[in-house]
Design a protein around this ligand. Structure first.
Ligand SMILES: C[S@@+](CC[C@H](N)C(=O)[O-])C[C@H]1O[C@@H](n2cnc3c(N)ncnc32)[C@H](O)[C@@H]1O
Length: 482
């Protein structure tokens, strides 16, 4: 789904049914009522419910919906931060919140209308996770909101449920792990059961708990120093001068992990192009590609361009990078970012990479679309939106893109295939299938060139949130021998 389709969906899914089970309505009926709804979703909690309703009922992703609401609202900076916190927190902990609400709700909580379901989730998230908001304030807000939208009876019910939960909040019971390990982990750590089951089979219980916990952490804010404008030493001093605490990258000296989330894009050095906001895991694929100044490089799925910009910096902005993406709107972001960073060696091409033809390149990066299961701390909605069937379906496109990348690289040149997924089907399985069908290519091991703890048993790079304190990401280097 493209951006404009997503935005169209935004205005198409509110449900105005009476208290009770969810009902479907025709679009015509919806439009008659639309003006009433718009005014009702006000303030941080109202907007949070509106966004959460939409995340659940459309294909749109949380980040885009939130961005759209923030741009169109008149909330103060503080309220925007609270809205961000609430919608991310509710989405991150939805499995646990729903487990609790299901136990206290008379009837089927999963069938309650979206306004009520999300109103309760928003209030419960504040009660369980946000110390600064008193419980009674969270309850009152939710009750008023439900009353305004659905009437007195559901408001009374909201009040009763939330007060009951507050009374028993230190004695909430989860499934017994001895009897139902998957059910327990899914509810307590708020992940879908299919995902938990896969991880328990693959990693065992102890490591799965660490992974689920890491997925639920608030994300780190990581910056990459732009070597075109500054260097890590000078940049570290600049951060010190504004008292921002950081940890240097574990594997890449160019990366700085900040200890607190901050409105870093307002800092003058952002506009001056001294740094990019980029997870350290993404740097590993760029380093694996081993680009040199003067090379011709193809970045096949380039937007919004985090990796393109790092590759350009590694090439000292000398040579050429052709940055392809299917969507012009996303390429626009890439160009704007490159301008800010002072990069000139990148040429953008709006195209389906599968149809792109050119002279062979020295290096090709295939940073393919993927499930994104390595990025759940930043994008918690992914775990509820994607399932194993979506993942399996994506592997067909991933293999096609890798084959296309291979057809565009010189003999002696290299392709790096990368994802921000931790699923084997999207990673090593795609690479193995490719190698079976393409004997002219060999997998070049990353062993010896990268720290042992990011190199897997196949010689590919794989990071995990719980092992490496960064996003999960995979990359494999495939060298063309003939
Ligand atoms: C994982 S994102 C790339 C992230 C990017 N490399 C970065 O570091 O910022 C995948 C991108 O591939 C693009 N894409 C998907 N299918 C494509 C295709 N067939 N041809 C070109 N671009 C495609 C999507 O629009 C999306 O921007």
């Amino acid at each position: 789904m493209n951006h404009s389709e997503e935005l169209n969906n935004i205005s198409n899914e509110e449900n105005l049914s009476q208290f009770g089970e969810e009902q479907t309505e025709s679009k015509e009926e919806f439009h008659l009522e639309e003006h009433k709804v718009v005014d009702l979703y006000q303030g941080v909690r109202g907007l949070a419910v509106k966004i959460l309703n939409r995340v659940e009922k459309t294909d749109a992703y949380l980040e885009k919906l939130l961005d759209h609401e923030m741009r169109n609202s008149e909330l103060s900076g503080q309220d925007k931060a609270l809205l961000y916190e609430i919608v991310h927190g509710v989405t991150r902990w939805m499995g646990r919140l729903d487990w609790i609400l299901t136990g206290f709700y008379k009837g089927q909580f999963s069938k309650a209308i979206p306004n009520l379901r999300n109103g309760l989730r928003v209030a419960l998230y504040q009660i369980l996770f946000l110390d600064k908001i008193p419980d009674h304030a969270a309850v009152n807000e939710a009750v008023e909101f439900v009353k305004k939208l659905q009437g007195q009876k559901p408001a009374d019910l909201t009040n009763a449920i939330l007060r009951n939960i507050i009374r028993s909040k230190n004695a909430i019971r989860y499934p017994d792990p001895e009897e139902d390990l998957i059910g327990y982990l899914a509810a307590y750590y708020s992940h879908p059961s299919w995902m938990v089951k896969r991880y328990v089979e693959r990693f065992g219980r102890e490591e799965t708990e660490k992974l689920l916990l890491a997925n639920n952490e608030k994300p780190y804010l990581t910056l990459r120093v732009n070597a075109i404008k500054t260097n890590p030493e000078e940049f570290g001093k600049l951060l010190d001068s504004v008292h921002l605490k950081y940890r240097r990258g574990k594997y890449n000296p160019e990366f700085f992990q900040l200890q607190n989330l901050t409105n870093i894009t307002a800092w003058e050095y952002f506009a001056k192009g001294y740094f990019n906001i980029q997870d350290e895991s993404t740097g590993l694929a760029c380093k694996l590609l081993d680009v040199k100044p003067g090379m011709r490089v193809l970045d096949m799925c380039a937007a919004p361009g985090g990796k393109t910009a790092f590759l350009a910096a590694l090439m000292q902005d000398k040579g050429e990078i052709v940055a392809i993406d299917k969507f012009e709107a996303r390429l626009k972001l890439l160009r704007r970012n490159n301008e800010r960073l002072g990069l000139t060696c990148v040429r953008t091409v709006e195209s389906d990479a599968l149809e792109y033809e050119d002279e062979p390149f020295d290096r090709v990066l295939a940073d393919v679309p993927c499930s994104g299961t390595g990025t759940l701390s930043k994008k918690p909605d992914i775990k509820w939106k994607k399932d194993i069937f979506d993942i399996r379906k994506m592997t067909e496109t991933q293999l096609k893109l890798l084959k296309k990348a291979a057809s565009l690289v010189k003999v002696g040149g290299a392709v790096v295939y990368s994802t921000c997924s931790i699923e084997q089907e999207e990673n090593i399985d795609v690479v193995k299938k490719f190698l079976e069908e393409n004997p002219d290519f060999e997998l070049e091991s990353a062993k010896g060139k990268f720290s042992d703890d990011v190199v897997d048993e196949h010689g590919c790079i794989q990071t995990f949130p719980h092992r490496h304190q960064m996003d999960g990401a995979f990359s494999a280097k495939l060298v063309r021998k003939r």
